[in-house]
Design a binder for this molecule. Structure first.
Ligand SMILES: Cc1cc2nc3c(=O)[nH]c(=O)nc-3n(C[C@H](O)[C@H](O)[C@H](O)COP(=O)(O)OP(=O)(O)OC[C@H]3O[C@@H](n4cnc5c(N)ncnc54)[C@H](O)[C@@H]3O)c2cc1C
Length: 688
């Protein structure tokens, strides 16, 4: 097929879009100014040769780390040259599209010191950190422990005589492990270590620990340090995830971050006013991940939507054939309902992730504002919410990136789609910042407390747990059923939310009853573990409920004249957004249908009409799909994809990319004389 047909197909698809793509882009990114700033930052990165991505597919870990360091230092320079803020830094990382050794300096080192340090400590460490006179990482995980913070083996023992801490890796398994930036780049780390004062264990606390000399970058005596080696799928290959062992290494007492817990010169320990006050920085990292998932999944579906629009296979009639454009051509694969039903729900999920990312950041900002004035009221809920959302969103976004690859058939497996790299970068998000399975216990614990509140003080249940009030009257709740009578009833947000609320309430009370009946204790890991599967289920159910709710609210707000103009959209965009919101809600129900039918809330007939409605909405989005992914506004530099570029010239680009394979530089490959020829000649000459 001529290359121009590819381009023609995508251009033709763009003529059918029924909304203004620019308007949708502004809605997604929170206004025109943000869109322009994002473009400006991406261009800054794109035109700098150190960020060129052409040879990435061929870099091994050792070369990649060197490149990662070069990119890190340039990134720091650009940030300072242009006086860019944290948001711009995040956009630079988005544009670079790889995890660099420097990323945790801005992503964790600075935020941890800022949120857990005293004013004097902030004054001491942050100005040099902002000027990159010191570069830091975040060292919590050890060879033997990650999830279980309370059993970390690195100790910090107070030495009163010298007013110092002695940091010690008490065993082989106490070695810090996986720490991004530690292997090669960083001069400092914030280290989690268990405090011992006169033999008493006060649990894990955070310390600023100098690692390498600021003169020659050599590790200080008493620290053994290095890189942990290559990682799965060649992911994170520019990142120097590292290890460190401390051998009775001394640091000043003031290097313990003391905003909440304090230790005086005399060895008096003051505990924090609230046990979870130090969680602020974790909430930030998890909240940022939701937004990142929106960017990752939307990139994957951009590539697959564009490619599937230009890919033609078989000559099967579908309800949406473009044979008027080019009679006699095969069918565009995007017209197959099977393809649409795999792809379009992920476009809807991407839009829902944009909405959830914005709300989660607002919640984080609200939390920090409250904490700064001593109000810890929102801490438990926001911590649980960020844990539940992190677990759910990273799980389905990563699955979605892989599904986008599979959607593209054989070519999907080429590195040049850009999706293999995206998958390798995205997949560890299921593990870092809290393992996705372990994390769900946070929301489950929180909801169990809310169940108690619902029973004793129903007025005090927090807004997102209000559904628990539905279950207070057990018999009425058991009799309640879904109100859908006609297929179009599914399009009511109230009906959708009622279904999610019913499901969450049932799962929460079932968990609560099981815990109570078994006489089990959430604080007792031996017995609590029996309920881990149910914890996962209710935590993800709650996350799905708030995601559906937030997307519905974002679409409602978009047409409300009282909403900030940045979050508004034109009527034509809203019409499509409503369809996406419906698809997101109903498809989420459909993929979790068992939860809605096992107590009889949905009837078999309702299940059938639900499936039909999902199919209808999917089909109704066929003309909009290309516009919906164009609206994400991911430039070609960012996508780095032969199959998903803006002009649709997929085959030509794939061909050109393959020509850059170093094997093709020679007519006869290396190894011919050594291996191939001897085999061919082993049993004599064969004449053609
Ligand atoms: C790419 C990458 C980058 C990282 N960067 C950093 C970094 O910069 N700094 C840092 O400190 N750490 C970092 N980490 C470490 C990361 O945070 C931890 O690996 C993560 O929190 C998981 O902990 P773990 O390894 O102890 O897993 P484990 O807890 O050992 O998990 C192993 C298995 O056991 C299961 N499991 C564990 N406990 C329970 C339970 N109670 N109930 C049920 N199942 C359970 C888990 O679900 C999992 O399947 C990084 C990790 C990766 C992969």
């Amino acid at each position: 097929m001529a290359e121009s047909q590819n381009k023609r197909d995508l251009a033709y698809a763009r003529t059918k879009i029924n909304f203004d793509v620019k308007d949708m882009t502004n809605f997604l990114h929170g206004g025109e100014a943000n869109v322009e700033q994002r473009r400006y930052i991406i261009d800054l990165i794109a035109k700098d040769p150190v960020f060129n991505k052409d040879d990435w597919g061929w870099l091994n870990h050792t070369d990649a780390v060197k490149r990662g360091i070069a990119m890190s230092t340039r990134l720091a320079e650009i940030k300072m040259e242009h006086d860019l803020n944290d948001l711009d830094f995040a956009t630079m990382m988005e544009a670079i599209d790889d995890t660099l050794p420097i990323v945790l300096h801005n992503g964790a080192f600075i935020p941890v010191i800022t949120s857990q340090g005293t004013e004097e400590q902030i004054e001491k460490w942050i100005p040099p950190a902002e000027k990159y006179q010191i570069i830091g990482c975040y060292a919590q995980t050890e060879l033997g422990h990650g999830s279980n913070l309370s059993q970390l083996e690195t100790t910090a023992t107070l030495v009163k005589e010298t007013d110092e801490w002695e940091i010690n890796s008490t065993s082989f398994t106490a070695a810090k492990w996986w720490i991004g930036g530690l292997g090669a780049l960083c001069t400092h780390a914030v280290v989690q270590a268990r405090i011992f004062i006169e033999g008493k264990d006060y649990g894990a606390h955070v310390f600023v620990v100098p690692l390498r000399s600021l003169d020659d970058h050599k590790p200080f005596p008493g620290i053994e340090i290095g890189d942990i080696g290559p990682k799965a799928y060649n992911g994170f290959n520019k990142m120097d995830n590292g290890f460190a062992r401390f051998n009775k290494y001394r640091i000043p007492r003031e290097n313990m971050l003391m905003r909440f817990s304090k230790v005086s010169k005399e060895g008096v320990y003051t505990k924090p006013p609230h046990a979870k006050l130090a969680y602020g920085s974790m909430v930030l990292l998890r909240s940022v991940l939701i937004k990142q998932m929106a960017l990752y999944l939307s990139r994957a579906v951009t590539v697959s939507t564009r490619y599937l629009t230009v890919r033609r296979q078989f000559n099967n009639p579908t309800s949406r054939n473009d044979s008027d454009l080019n009679p006699g051509l095969e069918t565009q694969v995007i017209n197959y309902p099977m393809v649409q039903n795999r792809l379009f729900p992920m476009i809807a999920q991407s839009y829902a992730l944009f909405a959830a990312g914005a709300v989660m950041m607002d919640m984080y900002i609200g939390l920090m504002t409250g904490l700064s004035s001593g109000n810890i009221g929102a801490l438990a809920e926001v911590h649980a919410m960020s844990s539940a959302l992190k677990s759910y969103c990273t799980t389905f976004a990563v699955a979605g990136v892989e599904e986008s690859r599979k959607l593209m058939g054989g070519h999907g497996f080429s590195y040049f789609t850009g999706i293999a790299h995206l998958f390798a970068s995205t997949v560890p998000s299921n593990t870092y910042e809290g393992d996705n399975y372990v994390l769900t216990q946070q929301m489950a614990r929180y909801l169990l407390k809310e169940v108690k509140t619902a029973r004793t003080n129903p007025d005090q249940v927090t807004p997102y747990s209000k559904y628990l009030l539905l279950g207070l009257n057990k018999s009425a709740f058991a009799r309640s059923t879904c109100s859908v009578a006609l297929p179009e009833d599914w399009l009511s947000p109230a009906v959708q939310l009622a279904a999610f609320e019913h499901r969450c309430a049932r799962l929460a009370y079932e968990l609560s009853d099981a815990v109570e009946q078994g006489g089990l204790d959430t604080a007792n890991p031996k017995t609590w573990s029996d309920h881990n599967i149910e914890c996962y289920r209710i935590s993800h159910a709650h996350a799905q409920y708030v995601m559906v709710l937030w997307f519905i609210q974002a679409v409602r707000d978009a047409s409300n004249p009282e909403t900030d103009v940045e979050r508004r959209a034109e009527p034509a965009s809203i019409k499509v957004l409503e369809r996406l919101s419906n698809l997101h809600a109903l498809h989420t129900i459909q993929t979790n249908l068992v939860d809605f039918v096992e107590d009889g809330y949905f009837s078999p007939a309702q299940c059938q009409s639900l499936r039909a409605q999902v199919k209808n909405i999917v089909a109704s989005l066929a003309d909009e799909a290309v516009g919906l992914v164009d609206a994400f506004d991911h430039p070609d530099f960012l996508l780095n994809s032969a199959l998903g570029a803006t002009d649709g010239d997929a085959y030509k680009r794939l061909w050109d990319k393959a020509q850059s394979e170093p094997l093709n530089r020679r007519e006869v490959c290396d190894g011919y004389e050594e291996y191939i020829r001897p085999l061919l000649k082993k049993h004599g000459e064969f004449k053609l």
